[in-house]
Write a protein of this length. Structure first.
Length: 118
């Protein structure tokens, strides 16, 4: 049996066409690109947190030329920031410094194709 196009099926068909057009139309607007992260040290950092931020800034300068030295600085910075964060769990700057240092450790290992586990 042949079924004819009826008005009861038209709303479903129209909805399917609108959704398909919307999905196809949005595909051209999507673009993903990776940017090098920027580190913004806080001016009022003191003690270990200032040392951690100085280590991160130093590691960022070494990142391309000497990735192993940069890893050492990132690890030191992460450890210092972690100690500060353990002392004061509400210290957002210590948490941010720790997260930045750990993210840079992982990115450096990935970018330089290092194998730290062997």
């Amino acid at each position: 049996m042949k079924e004819h196009f009826t008005l009861t099926r038209f709303p479903n068909f129209a909805l399917a066409i609108i959704i398909a057009c919307a999905l196809v139309g949005c595909a051209t607007y999507s673009k993903v690109s990776e940017r090098r992260p920027r580190f913004h040290p806080i001016a009022s950092a003191v003690g270990r947190l200032a040392n951690a931020e100085a280590a991160i800034a130093n590691a960022l300068q070494l990142d391309r030329s000497n990735p192993l030295a940069a890893l050492d600085k990132y690890m030191s910075a992460a450890e210092m920031a972690l100690r500060q964060f353990e002392r004061n769990p509400r210290d957002e700057n210590a948490r941010n410094d720790y997260n930045f240092a750990v993210a840079r450790i992982i990115a450096t290992i990935r970018d330089e194709k290092l194998d730290p586990w062997t």
